[in-house]
Write a protein that binds this ligand. Structure first.
Ligand code: IPD
Length: 244
């Protein structure tokens, strides 16, 4: 498989998706809820996921997909060794709904369960984060690198409240904030796990963490962070965060 060609093609599709986000962000949207009142989806999340899947399938009929909205509609999540695209059509849907410009399209290609391509695109702020396995990470074509901070007390930490309102989970999040707030330089929350990770890749933030995240939120960000010289670990502390 020609991954260079694939990369150029997916970039074109992501740019098309970006034009939709740009056009619709400040317009009225039909908003539905998924797992709870704050887990939102719009017609544009579904439309962009379809645009990406149709665009890839027409060129590569044997490729597989794990997409946030297809999964929400009941499609089984299965990661095999086949080329598999992991797609979050709009990460930061809540921001997109409100018109807060921290929202992005997140797409990763895994082959043999290993990430080859990671793209996170915020079309509103014109930030295109890209990574290819072994080739480094880039923002709008310029190389990026994680910060050199080693101490938590000097770190800017990205944290998320997530899209669940499970009381036990909320309690843990609040406890974590309480513990961290006096031990770090600052806590930040962009409302998009993918963009949070890209801020770490950029060196603008030093850490990003969240529990209960989905594969589509982190698949592209994981490669971008690692290609920017960072590490991505799961809650048990294992290096090479397992996406699925
Ligand atoms: C959500 C965002 C949010 C994170 C949630 C995700 P979505 O993704 O990344 O920052 O806290 O866990 O589900 O629903 O906007 O695609």
């Amino acid at each position: 498989m020609d991954i260079d060609k694939c990369y150029i093609e997916i970039l074109q599709l992501v740019k098309q998706a970006g034009s939709i986000v740009n056009e619709k962000i400040y317009q009225y949207k039909n908003v539905l809820t998924k797992s709870c009142d704050v887990d939102l989806v719009t017609e544009w999340d579904q439309m962009i996921e379809k645009l990406l899947i149709d665009g890839i399938s027409s060129r590569y009929p044997d490729h597989k997909f794990i997409g946030e909205e297809s999964t929400a509609m009941g499609q089984k999540v299965e990661l095999t060794n086949a080329p598999t695209w992991i797609i979050d059509p709009i990460d930061g849907t809540m921001n997109f709904v409100h018109g807060l410009p921290h929202t992005c399209i997140s797409v990763a290609l895994l082959i043999n369960k290993t990430a080859e391509i990671g793209i996170v695109y915020n079309p509103i702020l014109e930030q295109l984060f890209t990574a290819r396995k072994g080739q480094g990470a880039f923002l709008n074509g310029a190389p990026i690198h994680v910060s050199d901070k080693k101490e938590l007390r000097n770190s800017l930490v990205m944290i998320e409240m997530g899209t669940s309102r499970d009381s036990e989970k909320m309690e843990i999040i609040l406890q974590n904030i309480k513990i961290l707030i006096t031990r770090v330089h600052g806590l930040r929350s962009f409302g998009s796990a993918a963009l949070n990770m890209c801020m770490v890749a950029l060196g603008g933030a030093d850490v990003s963490f969240e529990f209960g995240i989905h594969a589509w939120d982190i698949a592209a960000g994981d490669l971008i962070v690692r290609e920017a010289g960072g590490v991505s670990i799961d809650p048990a502390g294992k290096h090479n965060c397992k996406i699925l």
